[in-house]
Design a protein around this ligand. Sequence first.
Ligand SMILES: [Zn+2]
Length: 128
Amino acid sequence: MPACRHCQGTYPREYFIHGNGPRKDVCVRCGVDKGLVEESEVPAYYSKDLANARINLRARRYSGFLWVGVLWVIWISYFGNIPLWGMASGIALLLISLVLPVQFILGHAKYQAKLAHLTPSYERPKGH
Ligand SMILES: [Zn+2]
């Protein structure tokens, strides 16, 4: 994988702008930042909105595990000792903990489809 000469990042070939001279070995993001190309010229560019939407999607997918972890810490700290309420909330939390990984696995295809929808389509030109 080639490295960008401005940010030293290594990306697949489709994330580089085309041309020689100052445009040689410059990634799409650095090309747009330094004014070498317009945003509309580079289909592989992840705009701010697109990047935010992707992070949002990813956060929504993985946040369940964070919340279950937080709820377990709260349950162990405060509710574990209460006889009836502690038992009921513990069972509910246990059920959530068991359902969450199943839901995570079953939602994989939907997540991949949404992520593909948020990925700019780009065909690698001939010779690259
Ligand atoms: Zn770069």
